[in-house]
Design a protein around this ligand. Structure first.
Ligand code: HEC
Length: 139
């Protein structure tokens, strides 16, 4: 009986964490690693590395719980937050396409556009959201 209860609680906690998704900060830290991977891919002309990093950026999990807080804080401005996210994905996609053609110049151009999009969002929202997202933790 006890074992079943433990199993049930485990399943439930997995389920809850699946709904909440990762924390935005954790997701972003991993994203930073992949942005570095892209840069190394460019510098070493390793197109597979670029492809892998682009695929990760495009398929990342949603930080669902943090997104709810972000939407609440930003209200209508959440549209702008989403817009910067779209700009980032568009540039990552364009980079992926250029990598398939082994077009190094276009890859690095799109990389620059992508990093500018990351930075636009950070510049506009990071400080403001930090307060909201980390009220209850020390992250
Ligand atoms: C739509 C907005 C948005 C976009 C686009 C965005 N970020 Fe972020 N990023 C944030 C916010 C908000 C934080 C602060 C999160 C926090 O402190 O909880 C952050 C934090 C970070 C951090 C610091 C993580 C830490 O541990 O403090 C890194 C690294 C990062 N982002 C990388 C990237 C990279 C690389 C891209 C582009 C490929 C990107 N971000 C695009 C919103 C964005």
């Amino acid at each position: 009986m006890n074992k079943i209860f433990v199993l049930f609680s485990l399943l439930l906690s997995f389920n809850l964490s699946a709904q909440e998704g990762p924390r935005l900060k954790t997701l972003m830290a991993t994203m930073g690693g992949h942005a570095q991977g892209m840069l190394y891919g460019i510098l070493y002309e390793n197109y597979e590395m670029i492809d892998n990093a682009v695929a990760w950026v495009n398929n990342h999990e949603q930080p669902t719980a943090d997104m709810a807080k972000i939407k609440e804080e930003l209200g209508i401005e959440a549209v702008r937050f989403k817009y910067y996210d779209t700009l980032t994905h568009n540039a990552a996609n364009a980079m992926g396409k250029a990598a398939k053609k082994k077009d190094l110049r276009e890859v690095s151009k799109q990389y620059a556009t992508m990093v500018q999009s990351c930075t636009k969002c950070h510049d506009t929202f990071r400080e403001r959201l930090r307060v909201v997202l980390h009220r209850d933790d020390n992250l």
